[in-house]
Design a protein around this ligand. Structure first.
Ligand code: FES
Length: 134
C-alpha cells in the first residue's frame, strides 16, 4: 500500500482508495497470530464484595484451565494455545468472563465442566460453545 501522491493535482481520491483497500483486505492477508488461540481469564478481585470475576473462583478456574491445556499438550509448539491472566475486562456483570482470540469469542462459565467443554470444543476443535457465549 502506498499513500504517497504521484505527480501534480489532487490525489485525495488515490489516497482514499488505497486506505479503503487496506482496511477492507481479507483477514487471511494479515499475518497469523503468534498463538493459535490466546485465552484471557479475568481474575480481577475487588474490595468488599463488589462484583468481580474472582468472586466466582476465576483464579482457580484459570489455574485449572492452564493445567488441562498443559496435560492435553495443547500448549505445544504445534498447537500453540496459551492461557493468560487478565485484569478487569469491563464485563463484570456478565462474569466470570474469558475471551478467546483470534476469534474474539467471549464466554462465561460456572464450573470445571464448562471449562472442559470450552477447551475441548473451541480451543482444541475450533467450534464455538454457543451455550456459554456472552
Ligand atoms: S472483574 Fe472481570 S470483567 Fe470486570
Amino acid at each position: 500500500m502506498t499513500l504517497r501522491p504521484r505527480g501534480d493535482g489532487d490525489h485525495s481520491g488515490i489516497i482514499f482508495f488505497n486506505l479503503i483497500s487496506f482496511i477492507t483486505q481479507p483477514l487471511n492477508q494479515f499475518p497469523m497470530s503468534y498463538y493459535q488461540r490466546h485465552v484471557f481469564f479475568c481474575i480481577n478481585q475487588r474490595e468488599a464484595g463488589a462484583i468481580c470475576c474472582n468472586n466466582h473462583g476465576a483464579q482457580a478456574m484459570r489455574d485449572y484451565a492452564k493445567a488441562r491445556v498443559k496435560a492435553l499438550k495443547l500448549d505445544s509448539k504445534s498447537r500453540r494455545i496459551r492461557i493468560n491472566n487478565a485484569g478487569c475486562l469491563d464485563r463484570c456483570n456478565e462474569g466470570p468472563v474469558i475471551v478467546v482470540y483470534p476469534e474474539d469469542v467471549w464466554y462465561t462459565y460456572v464450573d470445571k465442566e464448562d471449562i472442559d467443554e470450552i477447551i475441548e470444543e473451541h480451543l482444541k476443535n475450533g467450534r464455538v460453545v454457543e451455550r456459554l457465549r456472552i
